[in-house]
Design a protein around this ligand. Structure first.
Ligand code: NAP
Length: 483
């Protein structure tokens, strides 16, 4: 159970609120973690009242796992709605009065709207003094589209909320597997001595989606894969793999170490962007067994150079990681929906086995974030039974759901309660966002200066062939878990 709170979702009728935030709160409610006097207030311009909003939420929750009519009704008693326009004063007096009814409550303002509204919303929250007391603000990505725009948003939010009140969410950090990475690395004596360039050959991070951009094409076209996925989620995962052991799990101890990694990323600019990155854009093809159109057709603009796929060979210039490439790739309309980190260890220095024993494969630690969160450690063993010694490569499977017989909580469940508890360990500090933009900005600038279009790839393929060449040039291949 956490302290009683009021959680206000700006954008309470939007996709993120309906699909993720409200179900996450419902699941915490049925686990008894939400005190009775807590309130969840949805905000949007649409002219709903409490009852009609509850009707919408009821319908959504009816489809979620763990749906139970009586429990949904009990949860809905804590749900309210206020129609407000972030850009107009009308209605804010009443809203401030509603929040003022329970001054002892923790207040969480979750900005689940387009970032263009963050400045208006924070300005008004400050004007009505709703930033005082135990208040916190949660910012959804994207925080800007480059360093300047990120600074503008952070400055405007910072005029109203202290850094200690500001929670920049990256839901990948709330995933069980990512936290398990901390447990594996720092809770076992086994891995940390090997966790360096003497023993690790390379790291791969893949976030692939089967979906295209669909009706979000015009939004996506202003972002692209590097801004949408790499600058935030993938770099955060890279930090969790690469950071030095923090002295504790205290928020700044962890974030200081992540920041050092971001600041150590080797610069990519016009001089090396062609060797170290590949941009792609999907064309028509077959995805999930159906014919699908290409990105430009969906967008209705044949000139767009926005990338729907990117692969990057990143390097971290420090003692631990010098010479260990981090291959990053993400894209839309790829063959599988997978998010995973693969840590590939160096091969044994000498094989004592005869050629007919089979090939020796590298040990790999595979951390899968979705689907089926879990960890596998690939090992070489002897094929059981009499006869000659044959080698087999098998996974030591630590699938969480099977091991613990529990269903995986959604990342938002943990993160929302961390905000209420005031624990920002798994949230991005302002300087991390800035460091990530300082690395991503020159890549975007170099692509733009080149004037080149992204390389085409067929929907349903693993991206342009140049992405395969990017890793094969180094004598390595993209990992497939079934290997
Ligand atoms: P969305 O579906 O477009 O919802 C936007 C919400 O904002 C709606 O409730 C809308 O309702 C409200 N809104 C728009 N203008 C407003 C105004 N002037 N005043 C008050 N409310 C206003 O967007 P979304 O997909 O939920 O995404 C929200 C944010 O989360 C975005 O920044 C997005 O990048 C980020 N995000 C989304 C996802 C996701 O899975 N959807 C994932 C990660 C991050 P009215 O039009 O009725 O006002």
């Amino acid at each position: 159970m956490v302290e009683p709170f009021d959680l206000v979702i700006f954008g309470g009728t939007g996709d993120l609120a309906v699909r993720k935030l409200l179900p996450a709160l419902y699941h915490r409610f049925i686990d008894g973690q939400i005190p009775d006097s807590s309130r969840i207030v949805g905000i949007a311009r649409e002219g709903l009242d409490d009852d009609s909003y509850r009707e919408q939420v009821r319908e959504t929750l009816g489809k979620t796992s763990g749906a139970d009519k009586a429990k949904i009704e009990a949860f809905l008693k804590q749900v309210r709605y206020r129609s407000l326009d972030a850009r107009k004063d009308e209605g804010w007096d009443e809203f401030a009065a509603l929040i003022g009814e329970q001054p002892e409550h923790i207040r969480v303002f979750y900005l689940s709207t387009s970032p263009e509204l963050f400045v208006d919303i924070c300005g008004r929250l400050g004007h009505y003094k709703l930033n005082e007391g135990k208040s916190r603000v949660v910012l959804e990505k994207p925080i800007g589209r480059d360093l300047d725009s990120a600074n503008q948003i952070n400055d405007a939010v910072g005029r109203v909320f202290d850094e200690s009140q500001t929670f920049r969410i990256d839901h990948y950090l709330g995933k069980e597997t990512v936290q398990n990475l901390l447990a594996l690395r720092f809770g076992n004596a086994l891995f940390e001595p090997l966790w360096n360039n003497a023993h690790i050959d390379h790291v791969q991070i893949t976030v692939s989606e089967t979906l295209g951009t669909g009706n979000r094409s015009s939004y996506y076209d202003r972002a692209g894969a590097l801004r949408d996925m790499v600058q935030n989620h993938i770099l955060q995962l890279l930090c969790m793999v690469a950071m030095e052991p923090p002295s504790s799990l205290a928020p700044d101890a962890v974030r200081d170490e992540k920041l050092k990694v971001l600041n150590s990323l080797k610069h990519i600019d016009s001089s090396n962007v062609a060797q170290l990155t590949v941009r792609g854009q999907y064309r028509a093809g077959v995805a999930d067994g159906a014919k699908v159109p290409g990105y430009l057709d969906e967008l209705g603009d044949t000139k767009s150079h926005t990338e729907t796929f990117v692969a990057v060979k990143a390097e971290i210039a420090n003692w631990r990681w010098a010479g260990v490439p981090f291959y990053l790739r993400t894209g839309k309309r790829l063959p599988d929906r997978v998010s995973e980190i693969v840590v590939a260890f160096k091969p044994v220095p000498h094989s004592i086995f005869s050629a007919d024993a089979g090939t020796l494969a590298q040990n790999r630690l595979v951390l899968r974030l979705q689907p089926d969160e879990g960890v596998k450690l690939w090992l070489t063993i002897k094929h059981p039974g009499p006869g000659g010694l044959r080698l087999r490569h098998v996974p030591l499977d630590m699938s969480f759901a099977e091991a613990f017989g529990v269903s995986q909580p959604d990342a938002y469940e943990r993160l929302l309660l961390d905000v209420v508890r005031g624990n920002p360990t798994l949230f991005m500090r302002r300087d991390e966002v800035e460091a990530a933009w300082r690395w991503a900005g020159p890549i975007l600038a170099a692509w733009s200066a080149s004037g080149e279009a992204p390389r085409p790839y067929s929907a349903g393929s693993w991206g342009p062939s140049a992405a395969i060449a990017l890793i094969e040039r180094d004598g390595r291949t993209w990992s497939e878990d079934s290997e």
